[in-house]
Design a protein around this ligand. Structure first.
Ligand code: PLP
Length: 427
């Protein structure tokens, strides 16, 4: 029995399902989750000392690769002076200033400890600011696990959402409206029916939780206009795309100014950090300036701030995103060519350091199209790649990530291994 298998068995006696976040359990792909021991740069080593080229990057934060020496040095240095004070430190100001400089739509920003907290708090402030109840989200977009957001579309086009998890009261879900990503007409209809009670629209500007779906031209612009017309707050959830698809996030790429932005993952460089921020007149409503309550014992934690500060400094290096985008697009082109050669239908895309590949012969632009892809093929491909020492996200609805530490050789090596796996899939 492998050590990963032993650990998984042991973990299940004390941790629900053996994991602290469900996707880690390999439920969709089957088999035993890999337990990791260490990471360095583009590589991970598991508990059995097998090496992998990693394309999960801790689900996005590891944009510099694992254990970046400068990040580790900063974290260790700060840790020597105390792990947490629950009182303000200069590091919080420095990180906030850096975030503001990189994301110009943010006038004021508050640090939290996860993406879930960031989106939950952004929604509360949007509701408090507008005095309205409803939020509009998109099917297939994930914004963390708070009650209002664990909601899927109801049975009729204009009906209220239904909880996707027991424990979320239908009374909460009824305030969540669910529209289809890339379908502006659908959003418009919901606004026509409920516009005067819609506090906010929350959207992943590039959807990374239904594989990877980019916005059609005009979609994000249309959301901006509808929010302006109806006095609703537009929230870009850039927990995944922030500092990942470009230095100024998806809003920089598409040149759209949301009212609020949520951040996470890269901003903490691997430490538990999230943030939400935006227009001064909205953020000023937050306690202690205003009446809307939000707080956190470990928010702005000095060790986490240190990791974030170094990470945001390093991503400003000249040509950082050009190089990252070139490697990521080469990886996807390599997958595409290899799959075509093997006769396996595949559709790929990438933006910056984020990528997605779909087992389909069509371009994928919606949740329905994404969920219709060949999951069985994905499962086989995942395990073939895992066997070959390539760690991909263990679920077909997750985006993948390339880091600055991936070398051209790592990318070419991955393509060679993928070619072999596509051939095996076809045979
Ligand atoms: N928003 C987006 C777009 C995400 O991808 C995620 C997590 O994957 C979250 C929010 C929630 O972040 P966290 O897992 O840090 O709570």
């Amino acid at each position: 029995m492998s050590r990963s298998a032993e650990f998984f068995q042991r973990a299940q006696s004390s941790i629900p399902g053996g994991v602290n976040s469900p996707v880690r359990a390999f439920k969709q792909v089957g088999g035993t989750p890999v337990f990791f021991e260490r990471g360095q740069g583009a590589y991970l080593w598991d508990a059995d000392h097998k090496q992998y080229i990693d394309y999960v990057g801790s689900w996005g934060p590891a944009i510099l690769g694992h254990a970046d020496p400068e990040v580790i040095h900063a974290v260790c240095d700060v840790a020597k002076h105390g792990l947490s004070f629950g009182a303000p430190t200069e590091a919080e100001i420095i990180l906030a200033e850096k975030v503001k400089a990189l994301v110009p739509s943010i006038d004021l920003v508050r640090m939290v400890s996860s993406g879930t907290e960031a989106t939950m708090s952004a929604i509360r402030i949007a509701r408090g600011y507008t005095g309205r109840n409803k939020l509009l989200k998109f099917e297939g977009c994930y914004h963390g696990h708070s009650d209002s957001l664990l909601v899927k579309a109801g049975s009729g086009l204009l009906t209220f959402g239904e909880p996707t998890s027991p424990g979320v009261p239908a009374d909460f879900a009824k305030h969540t409206l669910v529209a289809q990503f890339n379908d502006l007409d659908n959003v418009e209809e919901l606004f026509k029916a409920h516009g005067d009670d819609i506090a906010c629209v929350i959207v992943e500007p590039i959807a990374g939780n239904m594989n990877m779906i980019t916005p059609k031209p005009g979609f994000l612009e249309g959301l901006r206009k509808l929010c302006d017309d109806y006095g609703s707050v537009l929230i870009f959830d850039e927990v995944m795309t922030g500092f990942r698809v470009g230095l100024h996030g998806a809003q920089g790429l598409y040149n759209i100014t949301p009212d609020l932005t949520t951040l996470g993952k890269v901003i903490g460089g691997g430490m538990p950090v999230g943030a939400f921020g935006g227009k001064k007149e909205i953020m000023e409503k937050l306690s202690p300036l205003g009446p809307i309550y939000q707080a956190g014992t470990l928010s702005g934690n000095p060790v986490a701030m240190a990791a974030g500060i170094v990470t945001l400094d390093k991503i400003k290096a000249p040509h950082f995103y050009e190089k990252l985008a070139r490697k990521t697009s080469r990886l996807m082109q390599g997958f595409q060519d290899a799959a075509t050669q093997a006769g396996v239908p595949l559709f790929t895309r990438s933006v910056g350091g984020m990528f997605g590949f779909f087992f389909s012969d069509k371009e994928i632009n919606s949740f329905q199209e994404s969920t219709a892809c060949d999951v069985e093929r994905f499962k086989k491909f995942f395990h073939l790649m895992l066997h070959q020492g390539v760690y991909l996200a263990p679920a077909s609805f997750e985006a993948g990530f390339v880091s600055a530490a991936h070398s051209d050789q790592d990318i070419e090596q991955t393509i060679l291994r993928a070619a072999d796996c596509f051939n095996k899939l076809a045979s």
